[in-house]
Ligand binder design. Structure first.
Ligand code: MN
Length: 382
């Protein structure tokens, strides 16, 4: 992996965890396009898929690995030698070797013993290291593991030649304070690079990722739109913008393409972007209430932390039930009409009545009709 001295490195798993979302399938061309986009905006590592699945998935990973991208290309593997062979055949430079570390997974899913888990992981890591691959050992369900066993597992991974440990909150039940403690302890005990991999089951995936960074995690695992199993993963766009604007950590990502990439992944995954989605949702820079619109028109910083252009969006002043005179005047300036205070005041009751009637903001045409009616009324009363 390049940029070894970056403070935080971005690992995108839209093409692996994102595609594991129930009902989501990317075509091979879509996977390649998404990988290119992620590379162009400056993602450090792309988890491209699971070569052991064979067929189209393996071909897609191979195509991405040979696309001449700047980013490191990682393939996902079970702790099984044949999986790693499939990854090597694809030409990737990095592997994620994944195995469960919680007793509930070890005994009920894998039907293995803890010792067998350690042995399988160690053998797979040693094998991958012999082939010169960058290795992330994924501690699946780490958040529910016995801390003593997790430490033993991490130290065995380090001894076998792993480059980092992916700390997986597989079922998404951590909160930021617990996440901070866990990552900090693991960092101090092992000295290993840690990657956060958080799920959003309680709506805390991004918060937990940030807590992980505060605790010393150098890698953050994310997906576009937060796509991923069940409630999804930490969203790429949320993590990047929060690091930049809350912590002052600028990863140098070309964020102006966020909305475009978000839309592409939404189409390819068949999962629409909710209007209220943080950072890239259509509503994030729409202002309707009179007080907010008035503030934003005077100085956008009154109600916006960063300008919409920074993520490829545009500010919208919505005219509806909650609009005031200033917003109305600003809206009409867009049409080249300079409303007087008197005209704006005369129009407001009709604007509000129409919005209540229609139960939505008004279209430009509807506003123009209201304007024409108001002007006629005003001249009739002169
Ligand atoms: Mn996951």
């Amino acid at each position: 992996m390049k940029d070894r001295d970056k403070k935080v490195l971005l690992v995108d798993t839209t093409l692996r965890d994102g595609e594991q979302t129930a009902g989501v399938v990317f075509a091979r061309t879509e996977k390649l396009r998404i990988a290119r986009m992620l590379d162009e905006i400056g993602v450090d590592q792309i988890e491209a898929g699971i070569p052991a699945m064979g067929g189209d998935e393996k071909e897609a990973v191979k195509a991405i690995a040979h696309a001449g991208l700047e980013a490191s290309i990682m393939a996902w593997n079970r702790a099984v030698i044949s999986d790693i062979d499939a990854s090597i055949e694809c030409g990737v430079d990095a592997v994620a070797i994944s195995i469960s570390v919680s007793d509930i997974h070890i005994f009920h899913k894998l039907r293995m013993t803890r010792q067998q888990v350690l042995d399988a992981m160690t053998q797979a890591v040693v094998y991958a290291a012999q082939h010169g691959l960058y290795i992330s050992v994924n501690a699946e369900d780490a958040s529910r593991a016995d801390p003593a066993f997790l430490l033993e597992f991490a130290m065995a991974a380090k001894g076998a030649g792993a480059n980092r440990l992916r700390y997986c909150d597989t079922v998404g039940l951590l909160d930021p304070l617990t996440m901070y403690d866990r990552v900090k302890t693991l960092r101090e005990q092992t000295g290993l690079d840690i990657e956060t991999h958080t799920h959003n089951d309680f709506g805390m995936a991004t918060a937990n990722t940030l807590a992980g960074v505060q605790a010393g995690a150098r890698y953050v695992g994310v997906t576009v739109n937060g796509l991923g199993e069940r409630a999804g993963n930490a969203a790429l766009e949320e993590v990047v913008m929060a690091l930049k604007h809350i912590y002052g950590i600028d990863l140098g990502v070309k964020t102006t393409r966020f909305r475009e990439i978000s839309e592409y992944v939404a189409r390819a995954s068949g999962r629409e972007i909710p209007p209220s989605k943080p950072i890239v949702g259509a509503n994030t820079f729409a202002h309707e209430s009179g007080i907010h619109a008035d503030g934003v028109l005077k100085n956008p910083k009154t109600y916006e932390v960063f300008p919409p252009e920074e993520v490829g969006l545009q500010r919208q002043i919505i005219i509806g039930k909650h609009s005031g005179k200033h917003a109305l005047k600003a809206k009409f300036l867009e049409y080249g009409i300079n409303l007087t205070d008197e005209e704006a005041a005369a129009m407001l009751p009709a604007v509000r009545a129409a919005a209540v009637n229609l139960k939505r903001p008004l279209f430009d045409k509807e506003l123009v009709y209201i304007y024409e009616d108001a002007k006629r009324d005003m001249s009739a009363h002169k």
